[in-house]
Design a protein around this ligand. Structure first.
Ligand code: PLP
Length: 463
């Protein structure tokens, strides 16, 4: 399996047979609740609505392309995670999936914590009033300036990713007269994706300190000796877009094994373990993700069982879902520009965005679905590829899908499940302007991240 993917990148296309095309859905006008945000439906005229507003109204007011985010759904999902894990565990939303100040406020209000992995994400979190003690700082190469800011702000934990960082954070904290709470990120040799996981002794990746060869134990040993650090636990993150919990089982077994070694060697029982994020969502109707309460139950049972057999007190668990909270809550609304049938192959549908607003298809071969949103149609299904407006033949948004055969320029189409890793990975390729994020709730819409303008582009270009 290739190791080239971003840690957030599902490659669930990997497990589909070559040349796989799902058959067209029985009713192309139907909106599968699995892949659409909770409040999405069609009105009496067949126009897609979300939060009580039609996509035609949204397109008129805010233009296209636009990410449309269902705030009620976001809050529902955040709350479901919080409730599922109860008071004995902590849920950290992974800000890299999508972060804005409105999102930070929602998380704060719903009682979640927040993972950040750069100075920019930290600044966003703090500026929107997230209490520092509820922020975790991640990353494999935090700069000394970032570390200093995080320590000064008083973040609840810094997740240490290397031997050098152990010393660096300890030194900075001590210089500032502080004792920083830290977790040590280890790699347990488990790489999980969707329906399978690979468990080996070694892991060939940039994140974390390997459990293999006693390195993780040595890292803990060193960290425990440093006055600037309070070691609160061990962190493990095993993959992305995961549906099968057995990878977590192997990971938890190995993490608990390390906790036991630490107890035996140092007489210290570390009070926390973090099992990371990576829980999958439905991008198409073929995907069957688990509910937060099932995930919470499975993870809690795994850790409890492992600790009982190691005769350890069960540590406090934390998890870091990003995609599973924000992914399903948004769709991207595009206007169709051209429809180009290629005889015997497929029809290329060009939209007014593309790889600049959704790089995941090009980067990870990700699967998406798509629906005609501004109307319904009884026309026969046609096999389409939804492509963008960029100068790149890999500029694909939806690789294979069916849309009604009468699709025409000016129609609005919507691609669901684009809440995670789309706006946050958006680019200015071809100087295309990044779309706004419009949040809708109870019949009201508001822009939470505005559309980029040509002035924005030119402001950075100082001549
Ligand atoms: C990316 C990442 C997450 C979130 O992953 P999702 O697939 O969005 O749930 C959580 N923790 C860490 C350490 C990550 O790198």
């Amino acid at each position: 399996m290739s190791r080239s993917a971003h840690p957030a990148g599902p490659r669930h296309a990997d497990v589909l047979p070559e040349g796989h095309y799902a058959a067209p859905a029985e009713d192309l006008n139907a909106l599968d609740p699995k892949v659409w945000a909770h409040t999405v439906g069609r009105d009496a005229d067949g126009v897609v609505t979300v939060g009580g507003i039609t996509v035609t109204q949204l397109a008129e007011e805010y233009g296209t392309p636009a990410y449309v985010l269902d705030e009620a759904d976001f809050r529902d999902r955040a709350r479901a995670w919080r409730t599922a894990f109860g008071n004995d565990a902590d849920v950290f939303y992974a800000g890299k999936a999508f972060l804005s100040r409105a999102v930070v406020r929602w998380l704060h209000e719903e009682g979640l914590n927040l993972d950040v992995c750069s100075g920019g994400e930290l600044a966003t979190a703090l500026s929107a009033g997230m209490p520092a003690e509820r922020i975790a700082f991640h990353g494999n190469n935090k700069s000394p300036e970032e570390i200093e800011r995080a320590v000064r702000a008083g973040v609840g934990r810094i997740v240490l990713d290397s031997f050098q960082e152990i010393v660096r954070v300890a030194h900075i904290a001590q210089t500032l007269g502080k004792r920083q709470r830290v977790q040590i990120r280890i790699t347990v040799g488990v790489e999980a994706h969707t329906h399978e996981f690979i468990a080996t002794a070694h892991e060939d990746q940039k994140f974390g300190i390997p459990l293999a060869g006693g390195q993780a134990a040595e890292a803990v040993r060193r960290a425990l000796q440093l006055d600037g650090l309070e070691v609160i636990g061990i962190h493990s993150h095993i993959g992305s877009q995961i549906f099968d919990m057995s990878g977590f089982e192997v990971a938890a077994h190995r993490v608990v094994g390390l906790l036991k070694d630490i107890r035996d060697e140092h007489g210290v029982e570390l009070p926390e373990i973090d099992l990371g994020g990576g829980l999958g969502i439905a991008y198409t109707s073929d995907d069957d993700p688990r509910e937060p309460h099932e995930i919470a139950k499975a993870l809690t049972e795994i850790v409890t069982r492992e600790c009982e057999s190691a005769r350890l007190r069960t540590p406090r668990i934390s998890v870091e879902p990003g995609r599973a909270i924000v992914g399903p809550t948004a769709f991207t609304l595009y206007e169709v520009g051209t429809v180009k049938p290629l005889d015997g192959l497929r029809t290329y549908v060009s939209v007014d965005g593309g790889m600049s607003d959704n790089i995941r298809t090009a980067l990870y071969d990700a699967e998406y679905s798509v629906a005609l949103a501004s109307r319904t149609s009884d026309a026969e299904p046609m096999l389409v590829r939804v492509v963008g407006k960029h100068c790149e033949s890999g500029d694909i948004v939806v690789k294979d899908a069916f849309l009604p055969g009468d699709l025409a320029p000016g129609d609005l189409i919507a691609v669901p499940a684009t809440g995670a890793y789309c706006r946050s990975m958006a680019s200015n390729y071809n100087h295309v302007l990044r779309p706004p994020v419009v949040a809708v709730r109870d019949g009201a819409a508001r822009v939470i991240v505005r559309r980029e303008t040509e002035e924005d582009l030119l402001r950075l270009d100082v001549g």
